[in-house]
Design a protein around this ligand. Sequence first.
Ligand SMILES: Nc1ncnc2c1ncn2[C@@H]1O[C@H](COP(=O)(O)OP(=O)(O)OP(=O)(O)O)[C@@H](O)[C@H]1O
Ligand SMILES: [Mg+2]
Length: 418
Amino acid sequence: MAEISSNYAPLTVETLPARLGRIDAISARLGADISAWQCVEVGDGNLNLVFIVSSPAGQVIIKQALPYVRLVGDSWPLPLKRAYFEYHALIRQAARDPGLVPEVYYFSEEQAIIAMEFFTPHIILRHKLMARERVEGLAETLGNFLARTVFRGSDLSMDTAKRKRDVALFVDSVELNDITETLVFSDPYFDAERNHHTDGLGPIVARLRADIDLKVEAHHLKAKFANNAETLLHGDFHTGSVMVTETDTKVIDPEFALYGPMGFDIGMLLGNFWMAYFAQPGHGNDADYQAWILEVVADVWASFTAEFSHLWRTERTGILYEESMYEGQPLASEQALSQRLSMIWEDALGFAGVEMIRRTLSLAHIAENDSIEDEALRAACEARGLDMGRQLVVNRTRMGDISQVNDLAQQINKGVSL
Ligand SMILES: Nc1ncnc2c1ncn2[C@@H]1O[C@H](COP(=O)(O)OP(=O)(O)OP(=O)(O)O)[C@@H](O)[C@H]1O
Ligand SMILES: [Mg+2]
């Protein structure tokens, strides 16, 4: 664990104005008169302190890491340096797809504090999905963001020196890497201590944990995650890391950023949309809205591939698939592109599947399911997610295209086959 500086101290709503009032980058947004600052702790983060600070002049988000997991307390230590990785990820994402992530106004490594742009009136996408509200441009914005960050953060874009140094910077995020490796890829497949699941799922869970094909394939995906440092990932790209209005989409919270396989972020996102789809019977059962979620899934993938292909054709300045090598052979670079996209597609389906399984069996579940009070109904929604998750993990190399995968979701939605 990183050393905690003797100067480190968690902020409180009482101490925050005096402690941050003299920092120009913050007072430039809020005004120098700290008696006019009002602080509220957002309180829905699992890991960190997050404050909204408001004054007549403006509003700022202050996020501070604690030396432990906030939700659990000091029995689960977690180093402050996660703020450092979040800061570095935010500035890279801002350069690769401007305007999508909060602008960073100020960062203190010693205090593990990031002061950043407050998105308002945005709400977390997960809540929007539970309220059955649509977001214009959602799929296109997310697909483009994923393509731009995945491409521009990889050795398709970066030269050797820049790329190796950046891998070295992020490689130190070992504790957060370990959380993903354990909670996402291993815990769901045995009776791990932090697991929990809805009562009615017992027999299905027993079957899944006895399923050799599933366990082996899920572990192949863990190996990809741990070994394939293809690009700088967001690392926690679910619908709780997206904030939206009716017409605007933003991305927050990359503290789990790491170098990993290109299909990971998009796979996690699609898995969360499919779970939101299966959870809809717990939120009003609106068939049109369910169909809209599947449209979003199809459009995210379409936007991702279109933008990735565009960048491949126009911005390949990095270590891999150099233009000079394919001179006079444009078809060769198109062949390489379509094969790389197929690899990302297969990985993405696998990662979507492990995400759907871990969000039902491991420590962290999703609000769309947790908020369904009727246990039998919740178990039915979750069982559909598990069914699809298993099929994605085991059959990811032979699933067909996105419309066929959405068809599978529709079939499963009519009744569980497990
Ligand atoms: N830039 C922002 N603009 C508006 N609201 C924000 C912003 N950043 C965070 N929030 C709010 O604060 C909440 C917690 O933030 P965040 O998810 O970054 O914290 P966390 O401790 O990493 O939580 P988690 O356990 O969900 O990862 C978000 O769900 C959102 O409601
Ligand atoms: Mg977080």
